[in-house]
Design a protein around this ligand. Structure first.
Ligand code: ASP
Ligand code: MG
Length: 241
């Protein structure tokens, strides 16, 4: 039985309809006999809207409170995805980052994950549940909420995959993979089937749009194979390994 971490980005969960589509895909993977941990981003532009909201009450919002506010976007999508899974007959449980023991340093708005207390998730997996984790967040040893920097849900997914010893980390997004688009080299954008971590990091400008580079660095360090693919099609995407 494989353990797969699936991460769904903001555009993949931007509406209730899309969340229901994601739920179908998650259940499909589960029913193929895999254990599934999903990581979700905030719906659509939620994070920007929350920032806007903060600025309306304070032009220099305190960092601690800002991280607390921003973390809520991902909590909303994780709860909704778990509800959608339940309505399709799936067994699922949603968690915030702090709840699953994602321990970070205290660098608000760009916190680094120090460790993950994997026992909490492992218990849910043993009970055959699909675990839905809110991306982009953690908690300090002093029990304050932190966020991991914009695009940080990718890092949550890779960190969980590494900590849990997952077989694969799938990054679902709104493009079908990593493309080479330099018209000087090739006339049409071409999707890569495979690329190494090193090449991906070198081509930062290409890759950064589809995956957070900090997540690629972490995947390289812990040898987590990544599959970048679209949540809107069944096509194979790009494998980074
Ligand atoms: N919601 C956060 C952002 O928009 C984190 C993420 O999407 O990965 O940056
Ligand atoms: Mg986002």
């Amino acid at each position: 039985m494989a353990l797969i971490v699936q991460k769904y980005g903001g555009s993949s969960v931007s509406s209730p309809e899309k969340i229901k589509e994601v739920a179908k895909r998650v259940l499909e993977a589960k029913r193929k006999g895999n254990n599934i941990v999903t990581v979700v981003s905030a719906m659509g532009n939620t994070t920007d809207e929350l920032l806007e909201l903060a600025w309306q009450v304070n032009s220099h919002p305190p960092k601690r409170e800002l991280d607390m506010l921003l973390s809520t976007g991902e909590i909303v999508s994780s709860a909704l995805l778990s509800m959608a899974l339940h309505s399709l007959g799936g067994k699922a449980a949603a968690f915030s980052g702090p709840q699953v023991g994602i321990i970070t340093d205290e660098a608000y708005s760009k916190a680094r994950i120090l460790r993950i207390e994997t026992k909490i998730i492992q218990k849910e997996i043993r009970e055959d549940k699909i675990v839905v984790v809110a991306g982009y967040q953690g908690v300090t040893s002093q029990n304050t909420i932190t966020t991991l920097g914009r695009g940080g849900s990718d890092t949550t997914a890779v960190a969980l995959a590494a900590a849990l010893g997952a077989d694969l980390c799938e990054i679902y997004t709104d493009v079908e993979g990593v493309y080479i688009t330099d018209p000087q080299i090739i006339p049409e954008a071409r999707k890569l089937k495979r690329i190494s971590y090193e090449e991906m990091l070198e081509m930062a400008s290409l890759g950064a749009k589809v995956i957070h580079l900090r997540a690629v660095e972490m995947a390289k360090k812990y040898k987590v194979p990544l599959h970048i693919r679209s949540s809107f099609s069944q096509k194979e995407g790009t494998i980074i390994e």
